[in-house]
Structures are given as C-alpha cells and as structure tokens.
Design a protein around this ligand. Sequence first.
Ligand code: HAS
Ligand code: HEM
Length: 556
Amino acid sequence: VSRSLRTILLIELFVPILLLTIGIYHGLMQVIYRSGVIQRTSVAGLDYYQGLTLHGVINAIVLTTFFAVAFGHATMFFYTKREPNRTATFLSMLLMVAGTGLAAAAILAGKASVLYTFYPPLKAHPAFYIGTAMLIIGSWIPYLDWIGMYLRWKKENPNESTPVAVIGTLVNFTIWFVCTLAVAYEVLVMLVPWSLGWVQEINIMLARTLFWFFGHALVYFWLLPSYIMFYTMLPKLAGGKLYSGNAGRIAFFIFLILSIPIGVHHQFGDPSIGRGVKITQSILTFGVAIPSFITAFTIAASLEYAARLRGAKGLWSWIWKLPFFRKDVFLFGYLINGLILFIFGGLTGLVNASYSLNNVVHNTSFIPGHFHLTVGGPVFLAILGMSIYMLSQLSGKRIFAPVLNTIVPYLWTVGVLIFSAGLMYGGLIGEPRRTNMGLTYLNPSSEQFNPYWVVSSMLGLAGGGIMFTAGLLYFISFFGTCLRRRSAEPVIDLPVSETLHEERRVPLLDSFRPWLAIMGLIIFLTYAPAISDALNNTNRKAPPYKPTDPVPVVRK
Ligand code: HAS
Ligand code: HEM
C-alpha cells in the first residue's frame, strides 16, 4: 500500500474517532438530562438540543460516512489489487474534512441546533447545510473511482465471480449515491436559500419526504459495511467457512432494490401522504427485512460449522467453542456482539414497520431504544473493531492494551441491552423522545412530573453509563495505539472467508444492470405518488368532522 493512500486512510480513521469523544460524551449527557439527575437547559455552555445535535451528527453521520469511505477504499484495493486514483482520494478526504469542520463550527456556535434530521421549520446557519453537502459530495468521489476499478478488474477476470465484498461495497455506494440526490436537492434548492433569507416560505412536507427518501436508505448505508464483514470475515475469524457466498450476493442485491422505497415508514403520521403509499411502503419494509433474515441463517450456519470443526457437539453447546475472548481475533468479539444486538434491533424494527403498531411507538423513546440496537449495535461495533484493526495494520503498530480492546464489545453490549430495554419499556408507556425530561416530567417540583418514567429513565442512565465506560476503554486502546512506535511494515490484509461449497458463477448475481432497473422502477412507483402528495396536499385545509363521527364529512 502506497504512502499516500496509507496517510489518507489513517486521517479518515483518526478524525471521526477523535470527534467521537465529543459524540460519546453527549450520549452520556443525554441520559443524565433525560433521567432528571440534572434539571438544567445547558451544561458547560452547550445546551440540550445543541448536545443532541452534536451526538446525532457526529455518531450517525460523520463517523459512519468517513468509515464507509475508508473501509471501501481498503476493500476495493484488497480485492481488485489496484490503488484508487490518488487525486480523487485526496480531494474526497479534503472535502469531507472541510465540510465536517464547517458543520461542526456551526453547531458549536449554537447556530445549528437542528438535530441530525435537520428538517424545517428548524433552521440552521447556511454553514451547516453547506458543510453537510460537502461531506456528502466528498463521499461520492471514491464511488465513481471504484466503478472504474471494478470494470477494469472485470475485463481482466471475465470468468470469475465478483467477490462478495466488492458487490457489497458497490451496492452500498449506489444506494448512497441515489438517496443522497434527494437530500442534495432538499439542502441546496430548499434549505440553503431559505436559511440565507432569499426565500421566506418552504414546503415542509416536501422537505420531510425528500429527507426520508434519503433517511432510511441512510441506515442501510451504515449497515452494509458490517454485512460485508459478517460475510467475508466473520466465518474465517471463527475458524470456519462461509456457508454460501451467493446468499450474500442475493442479500446485497435485495438491499439495492428495497433500501430506498420505504422511507415513508417514518411518515406514517404525516397528513400530506395518502394511505395507499403508506401501506405499500409498510409492506416493502417487511421485504427489506428478508436480506437480514438470509444473513442471520447463513452466518449462524457458518458459525456452527466453525465450532463443529473445533470438535463441538450438541444442539446448542457448540456456541461455547467459538473464539469469544481471544485477543488475537478480537474482531470476532466486535462482530458477534453486533449480531447479538441486531436480533433485538431487527425485531423492534419490525414493530416500527407495522402501520398500526407504529402509532404506539412513534416519537416515543422506543425509537432510540430500537436504533441504539442497530446503528449502536452491529454498525457501531463493526466500525470500532475494524477501525482499530486497520489502524494497527496501516501504521504498523501493535494494539495498545489488547485486553481492554477485547472486552470493549462485551461491555458495550451489556450497556446497550440495559439502555435500550429502559428506553423501549419507557416508550411503551408513553415516554417521549427528544425531550429534556429533567426540566419537566422527571422534575418532582414541576407540575408535569410523571413518576411512571422514573424506572425506565434510570435503566437508560445505568445502561448509558456502561456504554460510556466501554467508549472510554476503547479510546485508551485506540489513541494508545496511535502513540506507539512502528514495529512492522504497513499493510492492508483483510481476513478472507472461503465458501463452504464450490460455487458456480451465477450471471444474474454478477451483474448490476437488472437490479438497477428494478430499483429505478420500484422507486418511481412508490415515490412519484408520495412526492405528488407532498406537492399537492400542502396547505390544503383539514376536512370537516362531526363530533359524533370519526369519518370526515364528505364535501360535495
Ligand atoms: Fe430502523 C427508525 C424499521 C433496521 C436505524 N431506524 C429508525 C431510526 C434509526 C433507525 C436511526 O418502519 C430513527 C430515525 C429517526 O431519528 O426518526 N429498521 C426498521 C426495519 C429494519 C430496521 C424494519 N434501523 C434499521 C437499521 C438501522 C436502523 C439496520 C441502523 C443501522 N426503523 C424502522 C421504522 C422506523 C425506524 C419503521 C420509524 C419509526 C418511527 O415511527 O419513527 C430492518 O432492516 C431490520 C431487519 C433485521 C432483522 C434482524 C436479523 C438478525 C440478524 C442477527 C443474527 C444473529 C446471529 C448471531 C447470526 C430481521 C442478522 C448468532 C449468535 C451466536 C452467539 C451464535
Ligand atoms: C440519541 C444515548 C451512543 C446515535 C440518543 C439519546 C440518548 C442517547 C439518551 C436521546 C434520546 C432522545 O431523547 O430522543 C447514548 C449513549 C451513548 C450513545 C449513552 C453511549 C455512551 C450512540 C452511538 C450512536 C448513537 C454510538 C451511533 C453510532 C444516536 C442518534 C440519536 C441518539 C442518531 C438521535 C438523535 C436525535 O434524536 O436527533 N443517544 N447514545 N448514539 N443517539 Fe445515542
């Protein structure tokens, strides 16, 4: 690996982990505010919503995007045996770092407390929107470069199946490219002119619809790098083989066609969108769970195979033969804990996806309970594990405090399970999300005090404290490694799982074209009516009701 690529990758790993220290601190602050331990609007000069914005933006947007790009470079380099274009790689890194700096400055100055979803009527300083746009555009550049690398590899290897990791990376960035077009339109055409004061009015429903066109696909953009690790590395780390590579290919292509046309499941309560679109996208959301079920069975079978190779017997006891606490395969611990959390993250996602059940949980703390089991589960743990793995390889330095590094994912998992159990229990009894409850519901001197939510928010606090501690241990190991002396040659050497069965090349699973066509068609069919609803139903008056009848009075 060349010196320039190595330096850029190290910057792309280091910058977000450094910012993560602020992100994790604000996670702890959130549980403290929510539980009523403090009853204040701000701490250390940063107010509640400013802190929540920093937490969401750093952890869920900055960390994930930087990592996806760095890991994408490493994967494409490793499998196609080619270096990405030097200028493009550098330009992309520069745009991402500068954009992040701009957005962070706006948030820290208190001019962009708009949360990570930044939809109007909350308004930010233009620097926040422009910075976010730069981060996104910076992440597009490598994608265009990787397409060229893939096509050249294909030409030289016409009879070989494209490696699962390459399919996964290209699928992921195709989803990202398409979904960010909508948010680019929202930001550049709607929000920036509005925040500069050039226009006074904005179509809120359209902005929300464009945001969620991007917003749910975004979560699969976070998830797919972990899936690449589950398929191509985890079986090898466990000492076995991947049960089926084609199952992985099918899973990635289903993500390609179904990740975007489901965003309306975040808008079941939005009045502008019709019921037909909502129920269709609710059903398609169940469809997007299928590749995760495929993954669950394929990876469980691969793990069982690995354990039996080590001599395991019995229906369940094979699990204990897996290399849970081995320092030399610490990555196994990060990935397996992510999978365990995702069982609960996935099941709660299916609750959210149900058109009717969603009414019970929407805007309650059940939702952050769900997503700390997903983005805070398989996604976050895979990012932590792979970042320190790549740091050690690219810098040629041995990992500092390897025992700490090995226990981090276990501690984190215990923390998230307690934290999310608290938030989800609270959500089911009506505890709201995005609310500084210390000022109201959990402040005994407020007339809004509600003792029902004491237990749930205390569980959140306990779990959050454990998560924070795991974060600290990780920082010791990560930054300690940075400060060590080099003891080996820098490399990029990823674990590679062989497949269990000899697999023939299946043309349908080795070509993007048919899948891209289906993707375009489904997006058009599901989003043309949603956008048209947003354009036409805005400003329309609510229909009249009689007090005795929940059905609107039909106007002649
Ligand atoms: Fe979600 C809201 C539905 C997956 C993240 N989601 C959110 C939000 C975030 C988020 C951040 O339909 C909040 C946005 C906001 O701020 O308002 N979500 C789903 C569904 C899935 C799903 C159906 N979500 C994710 C992933 C995320 C994520 C992944 C991040 C990475 N979500 C929703 C809905 C809402 C929502 C509604 C809106 C709610 C509202 O009203 O606001 C599915 O993709 C989940 C499928 C997953 C599975 C699990 C498979 C299990 C596996 C583990 C196997 C384990 C093994 C280990 C093998 C079916 C793969 C074995 C162990 C041994 C020891 C051997
Ligand atoms: C929101 C706690 C780590 C992503 C929250 C909330 C809490 C919290 C209490 C606010 C819930 C609400 O009032 O709505 C923590 C703690 C962490 C942690 C204690 C660890 C010490 C993470 C990580 C990620 C993450 C690692 C992602 C990689 C988010 C996101 C939000 C959020 C996206 C939503 C922000 C919003 O509603 O605008 N977190 N979190 N968190 N967290 Fe975390």
